[in-house]
Design a binder for this molecule. Structure first.
Ligand code: ATP
Length: 905
């Protein structure tokens, strides 16, 4: 039902009469006085707290114990070195955690909400934080209310206030004088920060901003909610705890074996502690957080804002993308190509000439396009600035080409009432006062099959004629035929009325059909192909006509060229979720194109797909899409076209509204997950190899045990940099050729564990092998030389772990071309580590602390070769046990990832 507007026109003009708003200088003055319109969150963990927490772990206690033992044994240098290691470790931990925090803050900045206010007499989009008391806000369906405000005018305003009042039904609002002090829920003439507009539009005068709003007053209640860890971070935390238990068990075994073999217990204790510290990858969760956050920033540079860390993880497992058509798959730059009326066919080319002496049908149609339209186009400016729905701006441009003076028409025929467009009714109508003594007129437009049943007459050259069933059927067929060519079709109608008519959409006179062109974006077809090769199904869900939907889907490769009309499921044929039988569910799951679908049906479809075990990404832009966006595993909102409400509930916002960005985000999501796997595998295989070597030396009572400081050096210095570099590996060329990762899949599957054990074996055995070859071949017949053996073992282990970085590339890919080899940061990390090792050998003090001395020619060569052999054996293992991967010739590989830490976007 339409609602009368009072006072008269407000929506049309960017500058409603009597609402001049604030001037820019005055707004700036007020902003300086009252501060930004923001809810002040409790301070994030302070740097000091982060620093302190680096020392509050069992691991640090263990290391302190080891340092104490060293001092007790009179090894002051060792003790001091262990203390230094504690500091270095804490510094790395602190640095990573602060980086993660900085990244998160940068991401929050991206999620700032816009607002529209009247400044200097013009409707101006500004950042919601800059809204000040006294501003005049313009609000419409889908907007988040940026501040508390009193309504000046309102058209069918419905507001969702559940965030404040807990009431789930939207509240009707209108300007009205009310006594002060009413409870919030009864203040029907005011809107509040944090609520959202469900329907209609309004102007409102801001009364309070920031912490002085109703939301600000209760903000401290909501601030206590802690940010939840992502499933991946949780998995990693559990994983680390299990590893700690296993490591402690192994260390106890090593300790006991050492004692049984008659080693001094204090030294054994020291070694065991060092080993425990080495074996536990305590930094995993934070490195993962950092990898996720950096991934989000990287996506932001590609204009994809991911709002929740957890979404990055889910993205990698997405198996279906449900996308709308207009603007995501198509350009959304709609050009009206023509108008077909019962009298004539007007094309864009013939319009200017026909407009010289217009017939009534053309006059009415052009008026309808201008008046039943909430968009604005500034024809005076050379830049042609436009606001509003592209379909409506397209219509305005058509009317302008036909000689219509948009501003004059809107001033002459002020709007009295409006039935706003909704994707449920697919119709819109407005009521306008007549000029002088002429009657008021209703103008309506919308989907042909919705509009035609509401028409009882049609406008012919001779005047109005009754619209009989046959003619209506013919017009519907005409609309179908036009849509089948890929055009968008929009019906237009009008009626004259004497008084305020509550039923705007009844007994209309049909005027004709507009045809419009909205071509597919050129970059969409390759992105669809890429998604499909990655095992991801692309499903189009549109409010548009089924024939138009099928045409576009075929052009984009979503449907095959020979798919018939039966390949499209139409909203009216879709039963409610509760009534679906198995056959219907199967049909839904197999369908690629859904047309004339309502937001509720979108929601139902997601549930059906999720019931079938799919991980669903769903795009949406309208306020009604919010439930579907929430329900989807990845809710994707549109940054340009989407409403603020949709953006608020979505997990991800595409700032360019473009489908290829979704595919890009999935590629990034997969890459990030793979990278986390890579560094977890790297760290674990390295740690395990050390356990193996030290365990073997203890159990077999060999004479060349690693000393505690060497263990700590290897782990806390030479392992960390390569692991971080692995975290920013560019995606493998095959990353989009694999099937989506099942959502229940563990971080490391059985095959990952197998690989990891083999790697640890290779590293451990080559370094032990080097020692044995040195003793039995190079120094045949000599006494065991523990210092020499220890030094060979240390160097072989360090070098082996460094070359091992390259084993983490996708097995089966040519070793010279895998993604780790192409990652410059892996090379930098290895280079830096080599420099560190060189540095340690160069200074007498560090040499002494680590019990090192330069190896002579052959022994040095042996240790170096053992290091290289880790890579050779690793690659042979890949070659024998993994099928060769054929490199795709398709889309180019991603450019290298940014360094750690990345600069802000
Ligand atoms: P998609 O769902 O892919 O974005 P769509 O834009 O066609 O496609 P809706 O916005 O729900 O989906 O529109 C559904 C139908 O309503 C359109 O096909 C058109 O016939 C009609 N329509 C769209 N916008 C308007 C409008 N501003 N006024 C009147 N009718 C409209």
């Amino acid at each position: 039902m339409a609602v009368l507007l009072h006072p008269a026109p407000s929506v049309y003009q960017p500058r409603p009469a009597g609402l001049p708003g604030l001037s820019s200088p005055e707004a700036a003055r007020r902003l300086a006085e009252v501060g930004p319109n923001a809810i002040v969150h409790e301070a994030a963990r302070s740097r000091w707290v982060i620093l302190r927490s680096q020392f509050a772990s069992a691991l640090v206690l263990l290391m302190l114990l080891a340092a104490g033992v060293s001092f007790f044994l009179g090894e002051g240098l060792d003790g001091a070195a262990i203390l230094l290691v504690i500091l270095v470790n804490a510094a790395i931990g602190y640095y990573m955690e602060v980086q993660a925090q900085v990244s998160m803050a940068a991401l929050q900045q991206l999620a700032l909400v816009p607002a529209r206010v009247i400044r200097d007499g013009l409707l101006t989009p500004i950042n919601a934080e800059a809204v000040v008391p006294g501003d005049v806000l313009f609000l419409e369906a889908g907007d988040l209310v940026p501040a508390d405000a009193t309504l000046l005018d309102a058209a069918q305003l419905l507001v969702n206030e559940s965030a404040l009042t807990g009431e789930s039904l939207p509240a009707e609002k209108q300007p009205a004088p009310l006594p002060p002090g009413l409870p919030l829920a009864e203040q029907i003439n005011a809107v509040f920060k944090g609520t959202s507009i469900v329907k209609g539009n309004a102007h409102a005068l801001v009364t309070a901003t920031g912490m002085r709003t109703e939301l600000g007053r209760i903000a401290h209640l909501v601030q206590t909610a802690e940010q939840a860890a992502t499933p991946l971070e949780e998995k990693l935390a559990v994983f680390t705890r299990t590893l700690i238990k296993v490591a402690v068990g192994l260390v106890v075994v090593v300790f006991a074996a050492g004692l049984l073999n008659g080693q001094p217990w204090l030294e054994m204790l020291e070694t065991s502690i060092a080993l425990a510290v080495a074996a536990v990858p305590e930094g995993l969760p934070i490195v993962a957080t950092l990898a996720l956050a950096q991934g989000m920033l990287r996506m932001a540079r590609h204009r994809v804002v991911v709002k929740k860390l957890a979404a990055v993880e889910t993205l990698g497992g997405t198996s279906i993308i449900c996308t709308d058509k207009t603007g995501t798959l198509t350009e959304n730059r709609i050009t009206v190509t023509g108008l077909i009326t019962p009298v004539r066919e007007v094309t864009a080319a013939s319009l200017p000439a026909l407009a010289e002496s217009p017939t009534p049908d053309l006059t009415v149609a052009l008026r309808a396009t201008v008046l039943c339209n909430t968009a604005t186009v500034d024809f005076a400016s050379t830049e042609l600035s436009e606001t509003g729905d592209p379909l409506e701006t397209g219509l305005l441009r058509f009317a302008h080409a036909g000689g219509a003076d948009v501003a004059a028409l809107r001033a002459t025929f002020p709007k009295l009432a409006e039935e706003p467009f909704s994707s449920e009714t697919k119709l819109m109508a407005t009521l306008h006062a007549g000029a002088e003594a002429t009657p008021s007129t209703v103008y309506a437009k919308g989907a042909a099959e919705e509009l035609l049943p509401r028409c009882t007459a049609l406008l012919q050259a001779t005047g109005r004629a009754v619209l009989d069933e046959t003619t209506r059927g013919q017009w519907l067929q005409r609309a179908d035929a036009l849509a089948a060519t890929g055009l968008r079709v929009l019906g237009v109608a009008y009626k004259e009325t004497t008084g305020p008519d509550p039923e705007l959409l009844r007994e209309l006179v049909f005027v004709g059909l507009f045809t419009m062109l909205d071509p597919p974006r050129p970059d969409v077809a390759p992105a669809v192909a890429e998604a499909q090769s990655a095992g991801i199904r692309v499903v189009m869900i549109t409010g548009d006509h089924p024939a138009a939907a099928r045409n576009i889907a075929q052009r984009l490769g979503i449907l095959s060229g020979d798919a018939g009309p039966g390949s499209v499921l139409v909203g009216r044929d879709m039963a409610a979720y509760e009534q679906l039988d198995a056959a219907a569910r199967q049909r839904w799951a197999a369908t690629r194109v859904f047309a004339r679908v309502s937001p509720q049906q979108k929601l139902d479809l997601i549930r059906v797909l999720q019931d079938a075990g799919e991980v669903v990404g769903m795009t949406g832009d309208g306020v009604n899409d919010a439930p579907a966006l929430k329900q989807a595993d990845i809710g994707i909102a549109m940054g340009l076209r989407g409403t603020q409400v949709a953006q608020e509930v979505a997990d991800m916002v595409l700032q360019d509204d473009a489908f290829p960005s979704i595919v890009l985000a999935i590629r990034q999501g997969r890459t990030i997950f793979e990278n986390i796997r890579k560094f977890v595998m790297y760290l674990l295989s390295c740690n395990l190899s050390e356990l193996l070597v030290i365990g073997a030396a203890s159990v077999m009572n060999l004479h060349f045990q690693l000393v505690p400081l060497q263990i700590l050096f290897i782990n806390l210095v030479t392992d960390v940099l390569p692991a971080l570099a692995l975290g920013v590996t560019p995606g493998s060329v095959t990353i989009m050729q694999q099937r989506p990762r099942p959502s229940a899949e563990a971080l490391l599957t059985r095959s990952h564990w197998q690989r990891l054990l083999v790697y640890a074996g290779i590293i451990g055995l080559t370094s032990l092998g080097a020692v044995l070859i040195s003793h039995f071949a190079l120094h045949r017949g000599e006494q065991w030389n523990p210092a020499l053996c220890n030094n060979i073992l240390f160097l072989a282990l360090v070098l082996g772990q460094l070359t091992h970085v390259f084993n983490l590339g996708t097995p089966g890919l040519s070793p010279a071309r895998n993604e780790v080899v192409r990652n410059p940061y892996a090379w930098y990390a290895i280079g830096l580590c080599l420099l560190l090792v060189l540095g340690v050998y160069s200074f007498p003090l560090t040499r002494q602390a680590l019990d090192l001395y330069p190896l002579s020619g052959w022994d040095g060569l042996l240790a170096g070769s053992a290091g290289l052999l880790v890579l050779v054996f690793g690659q042979l293992y890949h070659y024998w046990f993994f099928p060769a991967v054929v490199e795709p010739s398709g889309p180019p590989a991603q450019p290298p990832a940014p360094p750690w830490p990345a600069a802000s976007p």
